[in-house]
Design a protein around this ligand. Sequence first.
Ligand SMILES: CC(C)(COP(=O)(O)OP(=O)(O)OC[C@H]1O[C@@H](n2cnc3c(N)ncnc32)[C@H](O)[C@@H]1OP(=O)(O)O)[C@@H](O)C(=O)NCCC(=O)NCCS
Length: 148
Amino acid sequence: MTDFEIVKLEEKHLESTAELEALCFAHPWTSEGLKTLVREGGVGFAAVEKENGRVISYAGMVMAADMADITDVATHPDCRRQGLSRAVMERILGYAKEQGMTSVALDVRVSNSGAIALYEGLGFEIAGKRPRFYRTPPEDAYVMIKQL
Ligand SMILES: CC(C)(COP(=O)(O)OP(=O)(O)OC[C@H]1O[C@@H](n2cnc3c(N)ncnc32)[C@H](O)[C@@H]1OP(=O)(O)O)[C@@H](O)C(=O)NCCC(=O)NCCS
């Protein structure tokens, strides 16, 4: 893997982030959707290759009152299991705490054992289930919460 740095997501990263989304999800965020996220109070952090600025891992978050929600987490298929999502999530959780958030929640497919292991390793706990929350394919979601 090439050298990377973790940066706050800016508009210049959004096209590359949308390409990553398209590789990872059946219903990806588009660069327009991501633009709305970063312009309207959301925040993202990304692992970016130093050589070319390509986003290889990222996480997005929205904040309301003192609670934050993780909107998405993804790592490029060629760069997985190298600690990128853990590093990006640690950064975004640190940012949430700095901003005065007291808890962070996220949804995850009940079958997504890799992501669940990632979140449990970061201190998230399963707090409930949302029946048929996902489509393509239809599946329940676990709601996971971490107190900050
Ligand atoms: C889930 C995902 C984001 C993990 O990204 P990653 O950069 O590979 O994760 P990391 O390398 O930081 O993994 C950190 C820890 O999470 C756990 N983990 C991550 N992927 C795992 C997998 N496929 N199986 C088991 N555990 C896994 C492990 O505990 C890992 O630590 P270890 O490698 O020391 O054992 C990535 O596989 C992905 O983009 N998947 C497709 C999109 C997705 O499902 N996103 C989550 C939506 S809620």
